[in-house]
Design a protein around this ligand. Sequence first.
Ligand code: ADP
Ligand code: GN1
Ligand code: MG
Length: 367
Amino acid sequence: MTQTAEEEKIKDIFRHFRPKDEILSAAPHGSGHINRTFLVETARGRRYVLQRINGDVFRNTAELMENIVNVTACLRGKIEQDGGDPERETLTVIPTADGRYYYTDEAGGDWRVYLFIEGLIALDRPQNAAALYESGFAFGRFQERLADYPVHTLHETIPDFHNTPKRYRDFEAAVREDRLCRARYAEREIAFIRARRKELSFLIDLRQSGGLPLRITHNDTKLNNVLLDAVTRKAVCVVDLDTIMPGLCAYDFGDAIRFGASTAAEDEPETDKVALSMELYGAYTEGFLQGCGGRLTPKEIETLPMGARIITLEQGIRFLTDYLQGDSYYRISREGQNLDRCRTQLALAADMERKWEKMVDKIRPKV
Ligand code: ADP
Ligand code: GN1
Ligand code: MG
């Protein structure tokens, strides 16, 4: 589709939503791998985020949107109690003209609209330790605000999302099938993952034996899923709420470290640039623990570094599985990108092993 044809389609989709303003422009926005995001500008100066929900990844949009509407309603109440501005500090879902939370186009694609929150930025790479502290605080506070949310009312939008042993089994199946004959390009990576297979179930096993509580977690705590004030650089709003599900605190902590405390981009082709920044790790840890407001159990705190190690391996496994299966899950902009992404994750996991004692030490004084 040409750029103009796409813009026309976006404008057409947007007409099914409640705002009746004239649309001036619609352009791709953000850098997520799953959904497609557009920024829509209207004649009255209001801006909106229009998103095409990836139906291959999220199988039940009605349930997904029900989660988001209910969770943001709960957050709104807490933000008001704290004297904050709910339209700025959480997402506002804009309904369709007929009062639904999403619109289904002729091709069966599902779309939703949020109010665009003005004056905020998303960082794809950390600029300094303060940004990591802010992001940690925001995700910690997010979890804390949802601590009394009725867990049983949440739908599981992606079953087994952070079930690392299951991710490993799916990876082994993809290697066995090797339908595109790509495994030969990833022999070292496959061996690296296999050598660590025993540690992958550590957190899930601990949960099953009752050692860790289930929390309401975000499950996709990348740095660019927290919006910061463009001027003060304070964290304002947690976005990308598609994967809110019951989960383990260590996974939320770990995913943020994996992405935000790495010295290189997630798809950096030169893996010798990849390392864990202890400064960024420390800053995130401090922010996260403060944001959680003392709710975490000593065992949860103790397992945070393990969360970082396991989810970094898990993400490497997921990228490699997708590479072996033909890049159908994560959007790519060049060939081999998912293999590069896998390699950065494994390089980061190796660096975490080297820095393990230091990682544990940074957490220890807080136990
Ligand atoms: P994806 O699932 O593709 O990562 P996100 O929901 O994270 O999609 O949105 C992509 C980007 O769009 C975010 O990183 C953020 O920069 C921006 N964004 C999303 N929602 C809003 C919003 N309501 N206001 C301002 N920016 C937003
Ligand atoms: C995806 O949508 P986005 O880009 O925020 C993925 C995450 C991965 C991440 C890796 C629903 O997140 O789980 O950690 O890519 N989201 C989903 O960058 O699978
Ligand atoms: Mg995102």
